[in-house]
Design a protein around this ligand. Sequence first.
Ligand code: DC
Length: 244
Amino acid sequence: MPIPATQGDREAGRAYDRLIIAIDGPVGAGKSTAARLLAKRLGYRYIDSGAMYRALAWKALEAGLDLDDEGRARRLADAISIAFVPSGDRELVLVDGQDVSRQIRKPEVEQATSKLSAFASVRRVMVARQREMAAQGGIVMDGRDIGTVVFPDADVKFYLEARLEVRATRRYLEAQAAGTPRGLEELAEEIRARDARDMGRSASPLRKADDAMTIDTTDVNAVQVVEAMEEEIRRRLIASRRCT
Ligand code: DC
């Protein structure tokens, strides 16, 4: 497998290989910022798997679905179309053609997402879709179970974490920037509760894959995180070439 290019390699026109890169970790650990930037630097697609669960939850609320009804939730997951469309530095999330990028970030959708993402049959549908999206490789996907369940054979896996206060502060600043300010304490409490749910559920709980590299993002910025990731990608590929 060719070793991926450095910035210098890229400037010289040498292409990256089409790897699958998995990034997991709890809320506020900086996954999406790092994943998006890494994908950009590699020329890969970024897939936010959390947005897929959020998209389903948004649709379920729209349809007035009983959120305790796993069978109906699974059928809805099967029926809807979820698409990511690049837009500037970000990507729009379309459900059945409708742009729901903003709606899926609302607190009520977040609550519903937490419930629906705990259903094993819903997860099976989402995992199948995530694997389809990565069929051509060249993908960075972030979530909770990407390195453990979706792509246990991912080329490189990362597990991001950070101190709770830092994670809450990131959410606090995001909420302010979005014009929907929230209290810091309230956010910290919410994150604690989401950690407990994400790590404690029986279907695909959040955990670090044994072969994932842990990056603590408490005291580093996104560029530093991505540089550490690129270095690890190169190191892994050099090691895998030596073994073959
Ligand atoms: O990453 P996020 O906060 O957008 O995720 C939204 C919810 O979806 C959160 O409750 C965890 C859940 N999720 C999941 O169960 N599995 C994933 N691969 C991604 C997210």
